[in-house]
Write a protein that binds this ligand. Structure first.
Ligand code: SF4
Length: 316
């Protein structure tokens, strides 16, 4: 059997940055450091930072007063920052800069008096953070949706969650444009999501089955699985070899493997080792060069941007 391995796959710059911030926070402040929400949507990454001394909580109100808390990569609503101030918390904000950009777009368009539409998945942590920035309508393209009957001539700006399906988002945006032809549309799907979906598309054209390595609650992992299924081949989302059902591989000679932006490379390696293929071929646009420095506002708190080890993210 041959494995076709997507490139790029795995950790993106935003996830690297978030994990680094937790590590640097622990070095600077000692343990425990609290993390509001899973730092990224991957249980093994969460377990790794918890082994270093982080404690994951779901609500800021769960963090003891005067403690240190890292806000996760997905972004947070302003109400979370207010609760943190009320509790005298030291906040280290690990929101991905590409999510912060969406927050800033939302505030800018709201100040300009535009109606804002966010294409995103109801309940996802990133959407909770973005919808908290200002008033907006949520379009969840997975189900039926309808926009309010805004007056003709209403100026509309359309934003998107960063980790959506490129294909499904385009369909939703086209429908919005039919209703509001002059709507400003921002393509907020991030480079990492776009590149991983492009690689998964190529992978699906070359293989008979795709394994996506990552967590069930990871939006971008689920979208990679959707890419393969939309191409008409079976796809499975698994955390690692312990969830691999070998009956899926029966009669398969070419299996595609990819991983989401929150998946450590060691989980991919473990699955490849378990399959023990004859050959491994790389497929896709190739590795990315994007990195994010520690934000200026955090450097005085955790250092000058000395980055933690990225060995876990390097392709083998
Ligand atoms: S998937 Fe995109 S938006 Fe999310 S953390 Fe990575 S780079 Fe940032």
């Amino acid at each position: 059997m041959d494995v076709y391995l997507a490139s790029p796959r795995g950790f993106c710059a935003g996830v690297d940055l978030a994990v680094d911030i937790v590590q640097l926070a622990i070095e600077q402040y000692g343990t425990p450091v609290y993390v509001k929400h899973q730092i990224v949507h991957n249980p093994k990454v969460v377990a790794d930072v918890e082994a270093m001394g982080a404690i994951t909580v779901e609500q800021v109100s769960d963090v003891p007063e005067d403690a240190v808390v890292v806000f996760s990569a997905h972004g947070s609503p302003p109400s979370d920052y207010q609760i943190a101030r009320d509790r005298r918390l030291t906040v280290l904000d690990a929101t991905c800069p590409l999510v912060t950009r969406v927050h800033n777009e939302a505030k800018k368009y709201a100040n300009e008096g535009k109606k804002i539409v966010l294409v995103g998945h109801d309940g996802h942590q990133e959407v909770i953070g973005t919808t908290g920035q200002t008033e907006m309508e949520l379009v969840d393209e997975r189900g039926d949706w309808k926009l309010p009957d805004w007056d003709e001539g209403t100026e509309v700006a359309v934003l998107t969650q960063t980790t959506l399906s490129v294909r499904d988002t385009a369909a939703a945006v086209n429908r919005i444009r039919e209703i509001h032809p002059s709507a400003i549309v921002r393509n907020d799907i991030c480079y990492a999501t776009t590149n991983r979906q492009a690689a998964a598309t190529e992978l699906s054209e070359l293989t008979e089955m795709v394994l996506v390595i990552g967590a069930q609650n990871s939006s971008n992992c689920n979208r990679l699985k959707d890419v393969a299924i939309n191409k008409g081949i079976p796809a499975y989302l698994i955390n690692g070899p312990e969830e691999l059902d070998y009956s899926w591989l029966a009669g398969i000679t070419r299996v595609g493997i990819t991983s989401g932006a929150s998946t450590p490379e060691k989980q991919v390696r473990a699955v490849i080792d378990a399959i023990n293929p004859d050959n491994v071929f790389r497929v896709g646009p190739g590795e990315e060069k994007t990195t994010f420095a520690i934000p200026r506002g955090l450097r005085s708190m955790v250092g000058d941007g000395r980055r933690a080890s990225k060995s876990d993210t390097e392709p083998g």
